[in-house]
Ligand binder design. Structure first.
Ligand code: DC
Length: 236
């Protein structure tokens, strides 16, 4: 029996995949169903990207790595639940930055800092500290491959770039924001390329991961496949 099965180590369900694959929604529903907290690791990179931007540091200049690592190590970031909705928001040095970090620009900045190996190392323990009983849903890119490589349940969600661009387009339209589908597709492809080909923790399915392509599935179908698989593996 593994340490997780025997109850010595809190179990983790890792959900990795590119943005727009539906992993955020699936992670949220899994957390609701199991009553486990979520680690939104992308939010950590997004907040760091924001802090780097505010400090006027160019993340693409290799001379700045030391400064960015220092910021990552001392980042005054907490996640707090809104008293009314229960929604968890990122708080940077006392300021709720939940909305600020959701823009596409913030995603690009996150991807730029996430490319730096020393930054990923600096953020490793901060992410592992979220592992507590009764268990954790960990949402990101390298949750199953690096951060929680010993997780008993690993999920990898994917969807075609076209599907993901369409989903984003619809999301923005609902918010009344004008966007070009073509530009969104290009931006998604560029971000995928950067995330997949970086030297550390590239976006790939973990060994043994349960892979679900959500291109032609509803979010209910994806959730149900992931939930049933997770319950089976955890013996719930
Ligand atoms: O999941 P997201 O869109 O919020 O992530 C924003 C960026 O952060 C994404 O481009 C890649 C990076 N990221 C990462 O490198 N590793 C993670 N575990 C999570 C996100």
């Amino acid at each position: 029996m593994s340490a997780t099965q025997s109850g010595q180590i809190p179990p983790v369900i890792t959900i990795d995949g590119p943005s727009g694959s539906g992993k955020g929604t699936v992670a949220f529903r899994m957390a609701q169903e199991l009553q486990w907290p979520i680690l939104d690791s992308g939010a950590i990179y997004r907040v760091l990207g924001l802090a780097v931007h505010r400090a006027n540091i160019d993340p693409t200049n290799p001379d700045n790595v030391g400064e960015i690592v220092q910021l990552a190590e001392s980042l005054p970031l907490t996640f707090e639940a809104e008293p009314e909705t229960g929604e968890v928001v990122a708080v940077l040095d006392g300021e709720a930055v939940g909305d600020l970090i959701r823009s596409d620009e913030a995603g690009v900045r996150a991807s730029e800092v996430a490319k730096i190996p020393e930054v990923r190392t600096a953020l490793l323990q901060r992410q592992r500290d979220f592992r507590k009983f009764p268990g954790l849903i960990a949402d990101g890119r390298d949750m199953g491959t690096i951060v929680f490589a010993d997780a008993p349940v690993k999920i990898f969600l994917t969807a075609s770039a076209e599907t993901r661009a369409n989903r984003r387009f619809e999301q923005l339209k609902q918010k009344g924001i004008d966007a070009s589908l073509c530009a969104l597709l290009e931006s998604i492809k560029a971000r995928d390329e950067r995330d997949r080909t970086r030297t550390v923790a590239p976006l790939v399915p973990a060994e043994g991961a349960f892979v679900v392509d959500s291109s032609n599935l509803s979010i209910d179908e994806v959730f149900s496949q992931v939930f049933e698989y997770s319950k089976k593996v955890l013996g719930m």
